[in-house]
Design a protein. Structure first.
Length: 102
C-alpha cells in the first residue's frame, strides 16, 4: 500500500491527503510505526483533510496535536474537513502560556 496522506501528530483526528482521493478509495497513512487506512466517503481534494473518526458538531478538529477550530456540523469518519464544516475559534494565548508555566 502506498501512503497518500500524512498524520502530523498521533493526537490528530484528521490526516492531510497528498493526492486527490476519490470517494471509495483507501487513504493510507502512518501513525508512528503503524500503517493505518480509512476509506474516503467522499472526494477529498489534494492537500485537504479527511476525518479519521466521527467528529461531532462543535467538536474540535485536531492537527499538529493542536485545535484548528470547531465543527459547524457532524463530520463522519472518512469525510472531507473543509471551510464548509470547520470554523476558527480565537485562542487566549496568554492563558495558555500561563498554564504551561505552572
Amino acid at each position: 500500500m502506498e501512503i497518500n496522506a500524512l498524520m502530523m501528530d498521533p493526537k490528530d483526528n484528521v490526516v492531510t491527503c497528498v493526492t486527490e482521493v476519490p470517494a471509495g478509495q483507501t487513504v493510507v497513512y502512518r501513525k508512528g510505526d503503524e500503517l493505518c487506512t480509512i476509506t474516503a466517503k467522499e472526494d477529498i481534494p489534494y492537500c485537504h483533510k479527511i476525518a479519521l473518526t466521527d467528529i461531532l458538531e462543535g467538536g474540535e478538529v485536531i492537527k499538529y496535536g493542536e485545535s484548528l477550530g470547531k465543527t459547524s456540523q457532524v463530520i463522519p469518519a472518512g469525510c472531507w474537513v473543509s471551510h464548509k464544516n470547520l470554523f476558527s475559534v480565537p485562542r487566549d494565548y496568554d492563558s495558555e502560556m500561563l498554564s504551561h508555566k505552572s
